[in-house]
Design a protein. Structure first.
Length: 235
């Protein structure tokens, strides 16, 4: 007979004889306590897992918002960069076309210049200068655009009269054909209306697009006639 057989035969009698109900009750209490501990442990594990899940979810949402914001910012910056490049290319094309147009118009003026314009070698006041041009079928030169301004200025190193004045009404600049001035190429702080300066000169030592000055009409200057029909014998 082995040991297991002996214990099987003895145990029931031992339990019966030595107060079996008390031991059974203790075992049940221990079982219940263990079950309660297991439930509590399971509950805390569940709570912990839930909190971890919530933290993970919050982390994912924050990362998603951050990535979306960065992507939008990058997209916006790239779009602005492209717009700037396009704008610069457009301006470059415009400037190139404007330069070509100016060069063509200047070439035409230089071709016409010999017959169309007269440049004096002596000096007169503004009224006498104008009269000199009118006596020969023309008048003092009128400058209404940048091309002509550049063209006329290119001939001089000294100050010359042009056909612009406010002698009739102070501050109301008019060309000799009676048209009103719409675009001027004034020196800085000119015209300075005080001091009886009513006749306009070009000062070629100033920048080509900023070289007009109002001057006393009695000052002696060289001058430029336009559209003269007869070439003066001398001037
Ligand atoms: Ca004036
Ligand atoms: Ca002046």
């Amino acid at each position: 007979m082995d040991l297991d057989s002996i214990y099987q035969n003895i145990e029931p009698e031992d339990v019966k004889d030595t107060g079996g109900p008390q031991i059974q009750s203790q075992s049940q209490n221990e079982g219940q306590t263990q079950k309660q501990r297991g439930s509590t442990c399971f509950m805390w594990m569940t709570v912990c897992l839930g909190m971890i899940c919530v933290l993970l979810l919050v982390s994912i949402i924050v990362q998603h918002i951050s990535i979306t914001s960065e992507r939008d910012l990058f997209s916006s910056t790239a779009e602005e960069f492209n717009q700037t490049i396009n704008s610069l290319q457009h301006k470059n094309t415009e400037l190139t076309l404007k330069k070509l147009k100016l060069e063509n118009e200047l070439r035409k003026l230089y071709k016409q210049g010999k017959d169309r314009f007269f440049i004096s070698s002596e000096s007169k006041n503004w009224s006498e200068s104008r009269q000199y041009c009118r006596d020969r079928g023309g008048d003092l030169v009128i400058i209404k655009n940048e091309v002509k301004q550049r063209f006329i200025t290119s001939f001089f190193k000294q100050r010359v009269w042009i056909g612009l004045t406010d002698i009739q009404q102070e501050g109301n600049m008019k060309w000799v054909d009676n048209s009103i001035l719409s675009q001027g190429f004034w020196e800085e702080s000119e015209p300075n209306v005080s001091g009886g300066e009513d006749c306009i000169e070009i000062n070629p030592t100033s920048p080509v697009l900023n070289n007009w000055n109002d001057e006393s009409c009695s000052s002696m200057r060289k001058w430029v006639c336009e559209n003269v029909t007869s070439v003066p014998a001398s001037s």
